[in-house]
Every structure is written in structure tokens, then in C-alpha cells.
Design a protein around this ligand. Sequence first.
Ligand SMILES: *[C@@H]1O[C@H](CO)[C@@H](O)[C@H](O)[C@H]1NC(C)=O
Ligand SMILES: *[C@@H]1O[C@H](CO)[C@@H](O)[C@H](O)[C@H]1NC(C)=O
Ligand SMILES: *[C@@H]1O[C@H](CO)[C@@H](O)[C@H](O)[C@H]1NC(C)=O
Ligand SMILES: *[C@@H]1O[C@H](CO)[C@@H](O)[C@H](O)[C@H]1NC(C)=O
Length: 220
Amino acid sequence: MASSNSVIYLLLLFLLILLQAIPPSSPLMMPENATCVDDGYFGELKFLDPQEGLGFFPSQVYKALYTAGYKQMAWIVHEKLIPTVRSCFRYNGTITIFAPKDDALLFYFRKIKLLQHVVPMKLDRDTLKTFPNNSTILTFQFSGHLKVHRPFFDDGTRDSIINGKLIKDWEIYNDGRVIVHGVPRVFCDSSNTNFDGIYQFANTLPQDKKEIAQTMIFET
Ligand SMILES: *[C@@H]1O[C@H](CO)[C@@H](O)[C@H](O)[C@H]1NC(C)=O
Ligand SMILES: *[C@@H]1O[C@H](CO)[C@@H](O)[C@H](O)[C@H]1NC(C)=O
Ligand SMILES: *[C@@H]1O[C@H](CO)[C@@H](O)[C@H](O)[C@H]1NC(C)=O
Ligand SMILES: *[C@@H]1O[C@H](CO)[C@@H](O)[C@H](O)[C@H]1NC(C)=O
């Protein structure tokens, strides 16, 4: 009797150890003091040091983003954005993702609308140049469209400005089904941003100050 009791006890102990060894929801271990961000769709995301050890087989898009220095977005795109678009939204077409840089993500203190950075369209550099000024692009975030503006001194060859930001790294990844561009900052909430006001202000500046304003406002 005593021996069967100790077998049960050992089994319970083993089960307890096993349960504790399984990380809560992510395949990666949460490092202490990880920065966390509250996202409207995904809830609270903790940013990890992806070097801590991968719990998955890295995809090509993961490798491309990681190598380009977009380490947080490498994980988010691989683990969250692409699976969500394909499974939850059941969208099998080409998507374009605007990936904010690591430091931009880590020092952003409001809610990041990650799905506002994903568009159900093929948007390469030349396609974006052909968009009319002040046009709207829909995203996977219900309340988060993107605005496209043409830059000052528009001669047709300059890059478009997406939600008030110039793309920093074009086509970090492009396999024809997924395109990823790097942006310097997290996209602000377009439904609450007065882009016309920003342009109206910039339009009042003298010509020589406009180029400086363009760099200050749209490239940082
Ligand atoms: C986490 O934060 C605490 C308190 O600020 C600090 O003592 C600890 O060293 C930090 N741990 C790591 C891994 O940075
Ligand atoms: C999604 O599209 C790809 C390429 O067009 C195709 O090979 C694949 O079968 C499609 N998958 C589904 C589930 O429709
Ligand atoms: C820009 O587009 C918005 C709609 O997204 C519109 O309300 C606004 O009037 C437009 N601005 C100009 C100057 O045309
Ligand atoms: C683009 O539209 C904005 C209003 O949304 C306007 O202020 C700006 O001057 C326009 N730019 C060009 C190059 O037409």
C-alpha cells in the first residue's frame, strides 16, 4: 500500500514539474523585465530578446528581418501577423507589412495597432509612387486605415509618405506573397491623426525650410 502511494506521489510530482516547464503561451521563455506592449488585437505582447533561443523553426521572412536588424518584428511577423492573416482572416492573397524598427517598438508607450501595419495588397515602391496624394489604404485593423501622401516638391519620382512616414528600408523581404518594408516609427493611429493639419503647417513654411521639415517630420 505504501509503495503504490509513493508511486502516485512521484507521478504527481513529475506532472507538476512538467506543467511548470511549459511556458504560458509563447514558445519562447519570457525574460525578466521584458518590455511589454498592449496591442488592441493580440493583447499584451512581451518583447523578447530573440537570441534567447528560438522555440520554432525560423522562416525565410524571420531570417530576412532578423538579419536586417528588425529583430522584434521578425518574431511578430512570423509568429503573429502572418498566421493571423492566413488563419483568422482567411486571407490567402499577397500582403504588405510595414515593420517598425526595434527601438521604435520598444519605446512606444501607447497601444500599438500591429494589424494597422498589415495591408491586404501588393504594395511595392513603384506602386506606392502612383497613389494619388491624400489617398486611403485599408488594413487588417478595422479602425486603422493608412494615408498616402506625396512629398513636397513632387516630381513623380519621389517616394510616397505612408501615414506620415517615409519608408526606411524597402523590400527587406519579398517572395511575391509577403512583402515587408521597414519604417522608422510605429504608425500613429490614423483615425485620430490630423494629417491635413500637419501638411497645412508645413505648407506655411518657406521653400527652403520645407525640405528640412520633410526630413524632421517624415523621416524620424
Ligand atoms: C529587473 O529589474 C529589477 C528591478 O529594477 C533589477 O533588480 C533586475 O536586475 C532586473 N533584471 C534584469 C534581468 O535586467
Ligand atoms: C494560397 O495561395 C497559394 C498561391 O497562390 C496556393 O498555392 C495555395 O494553395 C493557396 N492556399 C489556399 C488554402 O487556398
Ligand atoms: C484628405 O482625405 C480626407 C479623407 O481621408 C478628407 O477628409 C480630407 O478633406 C482630404 N484633404 C484634402 C486637403 O483634400
Ligand atoms: C497632399 O495633400 C495634403 C492634404 O492632405 C496637402 O496639404 C498637400 O499640399 C498635398 N501635397 C501635394 C504634393 O499635393
